[in-house]
Design a binder for this molecule. Sequence first.
Ligand code: CA
Length: 392
Amino acid sequence: MKGFNIFSVFWFSVAALLVTTSCVGTQRKASPVPVILISDLYFPAQDIGDNVDLLTPFALEQIDLKAIVFDITRSHLQEDGILRDPGFIPVMQLNYLFGKEVPCAAAPYDQLTSSDDKKEDAPAFQQKGIELLLTTLEKSERPIHIVSTGSLRPIAIALNRRPDLFRSGKVAAIHICAGSSSENYLEWNIALDTLAAARVLRSEVTINLYPCATSEGPFDMGEHNSFWALDDFGWILSMKDQHIRNYLVYNILRKNNRPDFLSYLDNALPENDSLALKAFRSDMFYGTGGAHYVWETALWMQLASLVLVERDGKGMIVKKDDVLPGDSIFQEGLSPVTLSVNDNGLFSFENATDSRVHIYYRADPPRQAILLNQAFPAWYDSFTSLFTDFLL
Ligand SMILES: [Ca+2]
């Protein structure tokens, strides 16, 4: 069943609906996919990947970002002498750059104490993320896609409070970037809250799973995980949209010494920050080599119906409709599997012909890394904010 993609079905349904409801002789674009993002997003960044990835759902015309829930874990708010907050600042920066008003709120900071924990005793501030998730689902007229790129705690709490909402057709699917393709490796996002992971993975909801790690860990590239490494960050400095460039620099360099987080976007980049970005490498701190580690590209590409192609010997990310006859399409997608979930959040999977759970696969991971290193800078450089002035 490789090559089957649940979004092909989704897009076909959307297209069919539009054809039947639009006027004869007119063609309308498919509506963007409504999304609630749940991210372990902090400022200053804990993993800069979350702050860099946040740009994608704001910038893609195929995504209609409805709400952002901060999946905060108490131990990361104060760690090795660094103090962090939930990611209000990066969300505010992107709302400013894209002229949006995407609401955001934090979910409970502490792990579930049982698999049916509703966290009703959490402080009011931490209830807001769960309330935002539930009310966004409740008031949506279309089924919503939930994207989770951290722990599964906010979804588990929402499921425990309102299982009816998740059974009502309000949730199109939950797209999870977490876990490992091997049941022998406890991956970071699962380890953040193992009870929550088991709760969500055992639920009755449609799940598309993008494991981050393999049995070798989170920096290995296997057939069923999503990791790749970006070799270089230098391209950011020559991005056409300099306001977006400044957003990336501010978040990658964790510029909490600049509380003017909007004016930083609107002014020329300080020379020292240009130099620091050029020198920045994630492998100075951890991992196995690269300027930047990425786990979420595949998820956003699948959700937005984008494909990785090789065109004239170079990798490109394009819309499915824009694939040219000479393009070589990189083979990746979602396959149906049956999932066996342990109480500790570890899981294994077996191919199935039909299932509520799908797992990410890719044909040739090293080839994908080469193509994405060529394609990713141009893809990000194609994003445009509301601002067109030149900053230097
Ligand atoms: Ca994350």
